[in-house]
Design a protein around this ligand. Sequence first.
Ligand code: FAD
Length: 406
Amino acid sequence: MNRLRTPIAIIGAGPAGLLLSHLLHQQGVDSLVLERRSRPYVERRVRAGLLEHTTVELLRRAGLAGRLDREALRHEGLELRINGARHHLPVTELTGLSTYVYGQQELVKDLIQARQEAGGRLWFDTDDVTLEIPDGGGPCTVRCTAQGQPTEITCDFIAGCDGFHGISRRSMPATAQPAFERSYPSAWLGILAAAPPVAHELVYAAHERGFALASMRSPHVSRLYLQIDPDDELEQWPDDRIWKELRARLDVDGEAGLTEGPVLEKSLVPLRSYVSEPMQHKRLFLAGDAAHIVPPTAAKGLNLAVEDVQVLSEAFAAFYGSGQDTLLEGYSQRRLPSIWEAEDFSDWMAHLLHRLPDAQAYGARLQRARLDALVNSPTAARQFAERYVGLSRSFAGAGKERAWQS
Ligand SMILES: Cc1cc2nc3c(=O)[nH]c(=O)nc-3n(C[C@H](O)[C@H](O)[C@H](O)COP(=O)(O)OP(=O)(O)OC[C@H]3O[C@@H](n4cnc5c(N)ncnc54)[C@H](O)[C@@H]3O)c2cc1C
């Protein structure tokens, strides 16, 4: 059995775990990151793409935005296509802020490179991770198989950054972790295609056949999504069917603006919302998708993960700098108002744009009224834009003593 010690064991080398490790290093706190997948796998996993202004600013301050600043696409608005009519939403004009398109896998590559250049410890292909968090306080233990060897790591704290399906949240006693969740009667089929984007901005289509989103990763690569039935399998969606359906939902006056190209990647995502409240148990702290997820419609998950680890890294730095544990104790309390703002907006946007099961029902009439307001009312457009760029999150919970449990 190999044995070692680290101040902080970070489970998961996704954006949350890698960025936390980097921010801790910059504040003089050592950590060890354990990842169950291989480095090539995490560097190729295609997921998020839309980054908020504050996320990009944080990456710049942390010295991580060199390639991002050269390659990311800066967006100043978005296009809505509602049953075949176009509406432009000038997001930057309404808020003063831009959004950025930069693939999550590119960010992960940048983060891994930065950690390796700084001599950070990243263990890929680490299996059988289990966590022991003593009830009475004191050091935690992480057991795993690393490089084929049984290994025991003693640490002061564990940061659970291992996503929605990871081990960390499941290591909290159920009584310590009331969860709030909602599932949606839809899934997303996503493709990455070697084809130029439909438009220079993101196109969100609310169509009677279902929702579609035309995004991009570069001037030559498109990222396209379709709302599909949650029980559908990938085999039911050959490439021809996907292109045909995208064309139908994105169509405006017989023109969808879609150029077809080889499909490089294809995946299914169920739509769900989830919040673990609190986000901590004794010396275990959850961050990113391990603590909360949102339907991807509003593109908030990665942005929330970045905010979580910023707050968590400050709390750990305060603990190691001056022995203060007030920030650690208040971690959930500090994060939950923003998280619930994003949960609300993501849920609202999912209901706004997805085809509902019964077009004659009350919910479908509400959807129509909300879409009408969004395209006709400057106030509704401004409020949408503020939430879309994440501006409203900075006000969530501000100046109030919220009664979040921690
Ligand atoms: C289709 C889609 C589109 C999206 N678009 C956007 C967007 O545009 N903008 C946005 O902000 N967000 C978006 N998101 C959400 C975003 O991808 C996630 O919020 C983000 O990946 C969260 O990062 P994370 O580090 O918390 O978790 P993850 O990225 O899930 O990383 C967790 C890591 O932990 C590892 N792990 C899991 N279990 C273990 C274990 N037992 N031991 C060790 N390691 C383990 C995993 O292999 C993984 O590497 C999108 C998501 C999807 C699915």
